[in-house]
Design a protein around this ligand. Structure first.
Ligand SMILES: [Zn+2]
Length: 392
């Protein structure tokens, strides 16, 4: 591995390339393909075998969106992957599942608000059932209240919802509710075309014990995605010179309908050779320590992890949070560790998934420290597993 200064400079150059030069790289987009090509080129230049796991997705090119009611122009954002529309129709406010079940939405626009919009924020079976019900009722379009529509936290924008849909702030909803009997005009100009997403995998020698390191390469629309997740990809790329890792740049994490882990498992990852898996997502925030949570670990694995953490005070062991990639590995019997920056402040949280997620928020030195931690982890997990030597 390079000296500390070289490592920091390397991390910096990857951050710059991904979040400044390429910029927003949502799944299916031309920029997403540029990021894939960059990652593959770094892997190849470091002598790794590079493989590509492609799968179909959509490319959504957004042009404009507008919402009008009773002469007022209201703030609105299209949900990602919404088809285009230009509609003038009455709307039906729906704040409970009961109202949704009873209403007839044919030739109308559904306005999802109150309790019901809250239920669309988590990707769970109840929310999926709600979306199915909305589709069944065949409204012309769906407008949903999202407190922070910039973050597009509603799962309605994950690529699986077939109807035109947009998010509005509560204030716009209040205006609409005051004009209940008026028509509303919703116009979304956007192009949806078939595209391809791809995970890019780099490894030195496939049939050898290895630590799988994952970081997602895609971003939300508009966001340069420095913290989320050029930070993780930069660490991943900095490991490309090292043996003992399978480096997995995952695609499609920001929009769950196009998630890359399915393609990863379809490609037969040789589970028996995976010693442990690490997921890097949102590391290296300036002024923050890094949090690590463990999933599916035996006492023995935790003991070994504890010894490594003891040498890296910049990384703190924390309670597990919901981390789907780690759950995916743990479910298959692979101990898994998630790394991300400690509880970030309100400023940082308000910038993630927006235009404001820029490299100045990051400390390349802290990302380099995570790289060093992973090298140490390899030492602890690849040299001896159980009683047998694996020597990777
Ligand atoms: Zn992320």
């Amino acid at each position: 591995m390079n000296g500390q200064e070289e490592l920091v400079a390397l991390v910096e150059s990857h951050l710059e390339k991904l979040s400044l030069e390429i910029g927003p790289r949502p799944v299916g987009s031309a920029n997403n393909k540029k990021a894939q090509a960059y990652i593959a080129s770094i892997f190849a230049a470091c002598g790794l075998n590079v493989s590509t796991q492609s799968y179909p997705c959509l490319d959504w090119q957004y042009i404009s969106c507008g919402l009008w009611c009773a002469g007022s122009t209201l703030p609105v954002r299209p949900n990602p992957f919404s088809p285009a529309c230009d509609l003038t129709a009455p709307f039906v406010p729906l704040d409970t599942i009961g109202k949704l079940e009873q209403s007839s939405l044919c030739d109308k626009i559904a306005l999802v608000c109150g309790e019901l919009s809250g239920q669309l924020k988590n990707d769970n079976t109840q929310a999926r059932r709600l979306l199915d019900l909305l589709v069944e009722k065949e409204p012309l379009a769906v407008i949903a209240v999202a407190e922070n529509s910039a973050n597009h936290k509603l799962i309605i924008g994950d690529g699986s919802f077939p109807l035109p849909s947009a998010s509005i702030p509560q204030a716009s909803c209040n205006v609409l509710l005051a004009y209940k009997d008026h028509m509303v005009n919703l116009r979304i100009e956007a192009d949806l075309t078939e595209s391809e997403a791809a995970n890019i995998i780099g490894e030195r020698q496939s049939a050898a014990p290895k630590i799988v390191v994952c970081a997602h390469l895609d971003t939300k629309y508009v966001s340069p995605g420095a913290i989320d997740n050029a930070s993780g990809v930069a660490a991943l790329l900095a490991l490309a010179q090292e043996p003992g890792f399978q480096l997995v740049a995952l695609d499609g994490e920001e929009y769950s309908h196009f998630h890359g882990l399915g393609a990863y498992s379809d490609a037969d990852p040789e589970w028996e050779n995976i010693v442990c898996a690490v997921n890097l997502d949102g590391i290296g925030v300036r002024g923050e320590k890094t949090r690590l949570a463990a999933y599916g670990c035996s006492q023995e694995v935790l003991g070994r992890l504890g010894a490594v953490l003891g040498r890296h005070p910049e990384i703190v062991h924390s309670e597990a949070w919901v981390q789907n990639n780690c759950k995916f590995f743990a479910k298959r019997g692979v101990p898994s560790f998630a790394l991300r920056s400690c509880e970030t402040g309100e400023l940082v949280n308000s910038l993630i998934h927006t235009k404001g997620d820029e490299p100045y928020l990051l400390s390349p030195g802290s990302i380099a420290a995570t790289v060093r931690f992973l090298l140490d982890l390899r030492q602890a997990f690849c040299q001896t597993v159980g009683s047998g030597r694996l020597g990777c």
